[in-house]
Design a protein around this ligand. Structure first.
Ligand SMILES: Cc1cc2nc3c(=O)[nH]c(=O)nc-3n(C[C@H](O)[C@H](O)[C@H](O)COP(=O)(O)OP(=O)(O)OC[C@H]3O[C@@H](n4cnc5c(N)ncnc54)[C@H](O)[C@@H]3O)c2cc1C
Length: 457
């Protein structure tokens, strides 16, 4: 279903109107089942024409999002770091809450939900250019309630959550009142192979009893983080991809302990943070399982598609802003009697940045388009391709921008060093590059040999 900008108006009236919301939840379910039917009846992949032009609706939203970034988000960046430094680092900042209120009032809220009346009714292809603009600042995604890991988690609840789960957790997430975490990775096992997950959830009567240790649980340090989607081992005797389940674990459940934030190259990312979390005899109701017992991998396939591509869209925004800083510096600073731009191979470096960003953007749009037309499962190779390309391109662009800034590039006076650190983690988070390359190669080789011959075990 496609919605016009009028949808934004509907969503606005929903903020003060609970009844309208109930109606929307019902329609999400209709959307979820109809999109599965559409996917089954679509023609063979790659036969579909792809249109790169922004629709008038997307163009209008791009202008509004960019204007909001210029007027409110970029000027707030310094204030944010000051507030984090001056206050309790692990408390939410006033400036981000102000930005959220402003964006909500302008109807620039929850733009990410594809084809859902809870968002702006945008497809992934339509959302991509907006996420790029938001991603050009570390504050942008949260200001518009479009940040990780919440977007991926909200999509899980929209697609697979029960009515009660949606009421309890999706509604406050959509309102931006709480935040969430996704707990899959464990320190004790190689987590790029998700079948390794050892944290146990054992059924006892009408409860799950959970024990295990998770780490790199992004967002879990933030006191607004009220819910974790926990992925754990529920039946070691089941077939390999039916052994794990996703279970909703409220962060205030006795036995959930946030042990420490894990810094990334020294950046703690406060107040969001990436936490090590211990779960000791944590008891949650049996009905907190999402979709059903043993269906964790099924959900992971659905979740990681949108989550991954959102990261890529934001990476391109960061790369674009790094190139802007690079060009500004290159024409405004002089050495050996010339602007830096005219020295050595700097023309080439700037040109390479532009070429690589444009390639990555087109690949992102292609992956988004495949998700919209043939579904996340069939678009798996395209999603994997862009997940490899986008952070690597962003890293190369940022690195060149750092170089042209000289010492300033690695200082905290410019955002480049922090951006580099963040982008470097994306070559690991949501699956290391190598794992995605294996998936792409398997897809290609699968055209020539039976798929079973390509399985690792
Ligand atoms: C900043 C940050 C935020 C994160 N946020 C979250 C989060 O919110 N929730 C969450 O659950 N996890 C999160 N992660 C964890 C991330 O998803 C894992 O680190 C990642 O999946 C890799 O798992 P691992 O660290 O156990 O590496 P391992 O599985 O030990 O892999 C180590 C290395 O082995 C190599 N390797 C692995 N498989 C292959 C292969 N098939 N072929 C070739 N080489 C291979 C790769 O080089 C890989 O980097 C985050 C990580 C970071 C750094």
């Amino acid at each position: 279903m496609l919605c016009s900008p009028a949808c934004i108006g509907i969503r606005r009236s929903y903020i003060g109107d609970e009844c309208l919301y109930t109606r929307k939840i019902a329609s999400i379910n209709r959307w979820a089942s109809s999109s599965i039917q559409n996917y089954k009846t679509l023609p063979a992949r790659r036969l579909l024409p792809m249109n790169f032009a922004y629709s008038p609706k997307v163009q209008e939203l791009r202008e509004r999002v960019q204007a909001f970034m210029d007027a409110h988000v970029y000027p707030a960046e310094k204030v944010f770091y000051q507030q984090v430094a001056e206050g309790d680092r692990w408390q939410p900042t006033a400036i981000v809450e102000e930005l959220k209120a402003k964006a909500k009032a302008e109807g620039l809220w929850n733009l990410f939900l594809p084809e859902s009346e809870l968002g702006a009714g945008l497809t992934n292809t339509e959302y991509a250019p907006l996420a790029e603009i938001m991603g050009s600042s570390g504050l942008g995604p949260e200001a518009f309630n479009c940040s990780a890991p919440d977007t991926g988690n909200m999509e899980v609840l929209v697609r697979y959550g029960s009515e009660a789960q949606k009421r309890e957790w999706l509604e406050p997430l959509l309102r931006g009142e709480i935040r969430s975490a996704f707990g899959m990775t464990e320190p004790g096992v190689a987590s790029s192979d998700a079948t390794n997950m050892e944290a146990r959830a054992v059924r006892e009567g009408d409860e799950w009893v959970i024990n295990g240790r998770k780490w790199w649980t992004s967002g879990a340090c933030d006191p607004r983080c009220k819910i974790m989607i926990f992925m754990g081992l529920t039946n070691p005797d089941a077939p390999r991809h039916a052994q794990h389940s996703m279970i909703l674990v409220p962060m205030d459940t006795p036995g959930v302990k946030v042990l420490r934030p894990l810094p990334v190259f020294g950046y703690d990312d406060a107040p969001h943070g990436h936490a090590e979390v211990l779960l000791e005899n944590v008891r949650v109701p049996y009905e907190n399982v999402i979709l059903g017992e043993g269906r964790g991998f099924e959900i992971a396939q659905g979740r990681l598609g949108p989550g991954r591509i959102h990261h890529c869209m934001r990476s391109i925004g960061v790369a674009e802003r790094a190139l802007k800083l690079m060009c500004e510096r290159a024409v405004s600073r002089t050495a050996f009697g010339k602007p830096l731009a005219r020295l050595g191979a700097n023309f080439d470096h700037i040109a390479e940045c532009r070429i690589e960003i444009n390639m990555a953007r087109l690949l992102t749009l292609n992956a988004a388009y495949m998700m919209d037309t043939v579904g996340n499962k069939i678009a798996a190779s395209e999603i994997a391709q862009i997940k490899v390309v986008a952070p690597n391109v962003a890293l190369k662009v940022i690195d060149r921008a750092i170089q042209i800034h000289g010492g300033a590039g690695v200082s905290e006076d410019f955002p480049l060093a922090h951006w580099w650190a963040m982008q470097r983690t994306l070559r690991l988070a949501d699956g290391p590059d190598e794992v995605h390359r294996v998936a792409i190669a398997r897809h290609e080789l699968g055209k020539y040999v039976p798929r079973e011959a390509l399985r690792s075990r």
